[in-house]
Write a protein that binds this ligand. Structure first.
Ligand SMILES: NC(=O)c1ccc[n+]([C@@H]2O[C@H](COP(=O)([O-])OP(=O)(O)OC[C@H]3O[C@@H](n4cnc5c(N)ncnc54)[C@H](OP(=O)(O)O)[C@@H]3O)[C@@H](O)[C@H]2O)c1
Length: 330
């Protein structure tokens, strides 16, 4: 494909595989290279997903020719260093959520991308899914009146050992950074910037939050009530409500395939909102569109918003007493 966008993937874990599968469903995307900390793993991944090149270090991929956009699928504490490396080598970046460990890291990344005029986007894939776009469209149409509340939960029972990245503080463990970012991001997209924050958490044996609840006041007077948990299999639904009714992104909201509108007179309708492939396809399409147009960020989720949400998570962590190594000043 002469004008295909050439992707490089950093990491060979669960999400890197899902992302590589998504690339197959985007006609003008090619998996140009994959990098792992181990050449064997990179080669196995390249064989499985048809990557043209395999590198045994992230540095080699960053420096390689023939790569337009680098997708970062490593644990959260690696995101900032990986992104800075790719940007310094002149590549655009699509970085998994949470974008970084804290606002300080995120600012470093954004400052470099802006100064080099390179594209960068947070891989908050839910923001590009048809279910979210339809929810936003209905809200903006005025059908449910002035919206003032979002209620959202994201929980699953994490039956992993303490060394797993979701519990391991060295790998950025904790429910807030892993799951809480989803309700936070959608709430802010629907109700506007966050102005006040109140949070509580249950901390687990490894010292990270295993369950966190937070309420937010948004600019314009809206309020959201959000929770995330590694202890409970919650319904994972998000409802935005206004004077005349509500829209629910149905179970599981972060990958909803339907949305239900319920109006004040009791009428209700459910709209099919299927997504392409495994869902990650939509963020790829958006990243490629922006990159091709020479944009340095997605107009749907600007870097300023990513930074603001990192700041909100910093404040939630301050309130629940959760710090990571990355918080120690460098
Ligand atoms: N958007 C989504 O739906 C979604 C879903 C799951 C996860 N995520 C995000 O994606 C990131 C990775 O999550 P995952 O579930 O894919 O994790 P994972 O299965 O553990 O994979 C992470 C990969 O990162 C690489 N890595 C680099 N440094 C590492 C280190 N110190 N320890 C362990 N692995 C390291 C490894 O690849 P090599 O050994 O090949 O270098 C590893 O396979 C996280 O930030 C997470 O929040 C997003």
């Amino acid at each position: 494909m002469a004008d295909a966008v050439r992707w490089g993937i950093l990491g060979t874990g669960k999400i890197a595989k899902a992302f590589a599968n998504a690339l197959k469903d985007v006609p003008d995307a090619v998996l140009a290279a994959v990098a792992s900390r181990s050449l064997d793993k990179a080669q196995a991944f390249a064989g499985e997903f048809g990557a043209a090149a395999a590198f045994g270090s992230y540095e080699e991929l960053a420096a390689a020719d023939g790569i337009d956009l680098v997708y970062i699928g490593t644990p959260h504490p690696q995101h900032a260093d990986n992104a800075l490396m790719a940007l310094r080598a002149g590549k655009g970046v699509l970085c998994e959520k949470p974008f970084a460990m804290n606002l300080r890291e995120a600012e470093q990344m954004v400052t470099l991308a802006r100064s080099k005029r390179l594209f960068m986007m947070e891989a908050m894939w839910t923001r590009y899914l048809p279910a979210f776009l339809e929810t936003k469209r209905i809200v903006e149409s005025g059908e449910i009146g002035k919206v003032s509340q979002v209620v959202a939960d994201f929980g699953f029972t994490a039956s992993f050992g303490p060394e797993h990245r979701v519990f391991n503080p060295e790998l950025g463990g904790g429910a807030l950074l892993d799951l809480g970012i989803y309700p936070l991001s959608i709430a802010a997209a629907l109700l506007g910037p966050v102005e006040e924050i109140k949070a509580q958490a249950v901390m687990g044996p490894t010292g990270v939050d295993v369950q966190t609840g937070f309420t937010l006041k948004h600019a314009g007077g809206g309020m959201s009530v959000c929770s995330c948990s590694f202890l409970a299999r919650t319904p994972c639904e998000l409802t935005v409500s206004g004077e005349k009714g509500s829209v629910r992104m149905n179970t599981m909201f972060h990958r909803a395939k339907t949305v239900t509108v319920t109006l004040e007179d009791g009428r209700s309708r459910t709209i099919d909102t299927p997504y392409l492939g495994n869902g990650y396809v939509h963020e790829v399409i958006e990243a490629q569109r922006c990159w091709r147009e020479g944009l340095i960020e997605s107009p749907s989720m600007k870097m300023e918003e990513t930074l603001a949400l990192m700041g909100v998570m910093d404040e939630i962590r301050r309130q629940i007493g959760l710090t990571y190594k990355a918080d120690q000043a460098r």
